[in-house]
Design a binder for this molecule. Structure first.
Ligand SMILES: NC(=O)C1=CN([C@@H]2O[C@H](COP(=O)(O)OP(=O)(O)OC[C@H]3O[C@@H](n4cnc5c(N)ncnc54)[C@H](OP(=O)(O)O)[C@@H]3O)[C@@H](O)[C@H]2O)[C@@H](O)CC1
Ligand SMILES: [K+]
Length: 521
């Protein structure tokens, strides 16, 4: 599903109003009416007490006036507070304010701290509608707006946010001083980045996207930059599994991973490759680690590589070049260690490997010193899967700087280096070399466990080996990995699940996602 920036949403509104000729009042009517209906579906039991609707002075407040009118039409009691003086309400919002008052609704104007405090003392409500700010919030929430948000959050009442919880920046999910904590957020036409990126995402509660009648053929400018990977989208990405297929049909993945003392990472990546559906898998590792990995994973073929103090040596390159023949993809990195000779091995291998690549963990750290080996313009872009710490090393900044604008950091890196960049986190982002960003819609804190990233690496490698292009493999891999975690969290809770558990859950997660549906999630 498409995800819009605040500017793209404004552009869609503008096209609908100015180019197509749909009056803004019609869009506001559609938005407010559908919001009232959604609110009733979710909270009918709370509406015997008055519904308190807090409105700002912009069009978000205008939506609030329409919601109030439609709730009244259903004979519900509403209380409407406007946090601005009457004369500051203009445009479509003013039209709807006038209509609401002519319907007999009392509207109280509380433009300052004192009047707001007095009104809130009197308020008796079973449910709150937050129509203070939408996509037009442009700076830190101040003054009595801040007090109203604090009051909403302390009220203990269910909260429905119109378009976006007030205080969340629709463009990036940042909190502008204070933000409403909603139980249900009703947004219009499409989700915005602020609904999906942290910390704004955590303020939304359940997110429902409402059709307000913007014609489907209109494309926001610039188009399709952000894609939300949810169940439906992920299902369409699944590689085919023909009934006549055999192990050669589903690709041979080469995993180069592990070193003495870090065999677990290699085993997890390889097992995830096999559980991710590739037909054959070879795990190549330092000679001193090979007996351990061979004993742990009967289904993988293993290869001992030239060893340098427990890690893979640069002398392994000729043997590895032979191993690359006949393989569909290479996953490189988990548990490699960081000795200088392993660094030389990784750099030379990445520089001249023509296979689709998935680079993770130590491979990322070893490449960070010299990214030129990535050689932008490769026919098949490598996939890189850093967590924020690894990302910070790759771009030479702090983790806080990465977290400050994850979308920009991921996109800039992917475009500059011609790679598919998977920036792990809540949510995980997948950036393509053409600037598109996939925002993953599954997973949670259950995935924050040692070895979880190694599982993702093997899984993405397996999906590429089964024929997916790197961007699609990375998006589907992240979704399946998160879905496996979500399924485990439902059964066991979000703490204490092991990476091996996530790995073993992958086939069931994939089966659940299959449109032919062998299992229900
Ligand atoms: N366009 C359409 O067709 C449709 C739009 N729709 C709805 O419109 C919403 C967007 O409306 P919007 O652009 O009027 O902005 P909105 O979010 O109501 O608030 C901005 C107001 O707050 C003010 N303000 C800003 N920052 C502030 C601060 N820190 N502290 C205090 N005040 C601050 C700012 O005033 P200013 O500071 O600029 O004087 C401005 O007046 C959108 O989210 C959706 O709900 C739907 O009806 C569907 C059709
Ligand atoms: K709002």
């Amino acid at each position: 599903m498409r995800v819009l920036t605040a500017e793209q949403m404004r552009d869609l509104d503008r096209q609908a109003i100015e180019e197509i000729g749909i009056p803004g009042l019609v869009l506001m009517e559609n938005a407010g009416r559908a919001s009232a209906e959604a609110l009733l579906r979710a909270f009918a039991d709370r509406c015997c007490a008055p519904v308190l609707i807090l409105c700002g002075k912009g069009n978000n407040g205008g939506d609030g006036f329409v919601v109030a009118r439609h709730l009244r039409n259903r004979e519900l009691k509403v209380e409407v507070l406007v946090l601005a003086p009457r004369e500051k309400i203009g445009g479509d919002a003013a039209v709807n304010l006038a209509i609401l008052e002519r319907c007999g609704q009392t509207v109280r104007f509380v433009p300052d701290d004192e009047s707001l405090a007095a009104a809130l003392v009197d308020a008796r409500a079973g449910l709150i509608v937050d129509a203070l700010f939408g996509t037009g919030l442009s700076s830190e929430v101040r003054g009595h707006y801040r007090r109203a948000i604090d009051w909403i959050n302390a009220s203990g009442l269910p909260v429905v946010a119109i378009d976006i919880p007030s205080g969340v920046d629709a463009g990036n999910g940042h909190i502008l001083g204070r933000a409403v904590q909603a139980d249900l957020t009703l947004t219009f036409a499409a989700a915005k980045l602020g609904h999906l990126l942290s910390p704004g995402a955590q303020c939304c509660g359940r997110l429902e996207v409402i059709d307000i009648g913007i014609p489907k053929h209109l494309r926001p400018r610039p188009d399709d930059l952000h894609l939300w990977t949810r169940w439906e989208e992920a299902a369409t990405l699944l590689p085919e599994r023909p009934a006549t297929g055999h192990k050669g049909t589903f690709g041979h993945l080469l995993v180069i991973a592990g070193s003495r003392g870090k065999t677990g990472a290699a085993i997890l990546a390889a097992e995830a490759g096999l559980r991710g559906g590739c037909g054959l898998l070879t795990l190549a590792t330092a000679a001193s680690a090979q007996p351990v990995v061979a004993a742990a994973l009967a289904e993988a073929m293993t290869e001992p590589l030239a060893d340098d103090d427990g890690g893979i040596s640069v002398d392994a390159l000729p043997a590895v070049r032979r191993l690359l023949e006949g393989k569909a993809a290479l996953a490189l990195g988990p548990g490699l260690g960081q000795t200088p000779r392993t660094a030389a091995f990784v750099r030379q291998l990445v520089a001249d490997c023509g296979l689709p690549l998935v680079l993770d963990a130590d491979a990322l750290n070893l490449l960070a010193a010299d990214l030129s080996v990535l050689a932008p313009g490769r026919r098949i872009p490598p996939v890189m899967t850093p967590h924020p710490g690894e990302m910070a090393r790759l771009v030479g900044c702090s983790v806080a700087e990465v977290e400050q604008d994850r979308v920009a950091v991921a996109r800039t890196f992917a475009v500059r280096h011609g790679v598919v960049l998977v920036l792990k986190g809540a949510p995980t982002l997948v950036a393509a070399p053409d600037g598109r960003i996939g925002i993953n819609g599954s997973g949670g804190p259950v995935l924050a466990t040692a070895g979880s990233g190694d599982v993702l690496t093997g899984l993405i490698g397996a999906l590429i080996a089964q024929g997916l292009a790197p961007f699609e493999a990375a998006r589907l891999g992240c979704y399946l990995h998160g879905l496996a975690g979500d399924r485990l969290a439902r059964r066991h809770g979000a703490a204490g699940v092991l990476a091996g558990d996530i790995c073993r859950e992958l086939p069931a997660a994939r089966a659940a996602l299959n449109p032919k549906g062998e299992t229900a999630c």
